[in-house]
Design a protein around this ligand. Structure first.
Ligand SMILES: [Zn+2]
Length: 189
């Protein structure tokens, strides 16, 4: 599916510093309620400054190392929802001989839904935490990992005065998938 979120492209040098931002980055930042992530402000900064949560940063470090070592393009599925749209996306990580890496995102499909306040960056937050997977956006509950709508229902967040703070982690399913991807880049050509 073509759309404004297709072909968000950015590049990092061998030290993971962002050297170029193109494509629909500004649109990508806007629909994710992150207008401060403008292309202009991103260049010259470490990519890891834009990745929230230590587990997620470690996962990306392993993936970058694997891509650079193997010279193969890695493709990582991820969700990039706004409060009112579910988006299934794919991140292609393309290494070059000089250890620079280019990233391209593609929107695979999307669906509208009723607003999920948990995902609204403008909501005020309580002192409680909700653990959310950085890749699939599922939330940890006592009933296991469920999507943001189900978690909001179970935790009655739709009627809560404030939303919990989101702590970015990696769920077991995505952790296994990322490990498989980093270990055997040929498995996901
Ligand atoms: Zn996940």
């Amino acid at each position: 599916m073509a759309g404004p979120l297709d072909a968000v492209v950015w590049s990092i040098d061998r030290h993971d510093v962002i050297t170029a931002v193109g494509g629909a980055w500004d649109e990508f930042a806007r629909v994710n309620d992150a207008p401060w992530l403008s292309a202009h402000s991103a260049v010259g900064r470490s990519l890891f400054g834009f990745i929230d949560g230590e587990p997620t940063r470690r996962a990306y470090q392993r993936i970058f190392a694997s891509a650079r070592a193997s010279g193969r393009t890695l493709r990582i599925p991820f969700r990039c929802d706004s409060p009112v749209v579910r988006r299934w996306m794919e991140l292609a990580i393309v290494p070059f001989d000089d250890a620079t890496v280019q990233f391209r995102t593609a929107l695979l499909r999307s669906e509208k839904r009723d607003a999920v306040r948990l995902l609204d960056a403008l909501e005020s937050r309580s002192s409680l935490d909700a653990s959310m997977c950085s890749f699939c956006l599922n939330v940890r509950t006592i009933a296991g990992w469920v999507d943001a709508e189900e978690a909001s229902r179970r935790l009655q967040l739709d009627v809560a005065p404030r939303q919990p703070q989101i702590r970015h982690v990696i769920c077991p399913d995505c952790s296994a998938l990322l490990a498989e991807c980093a270990a055997d880049p040929g498995a996901r050509p």
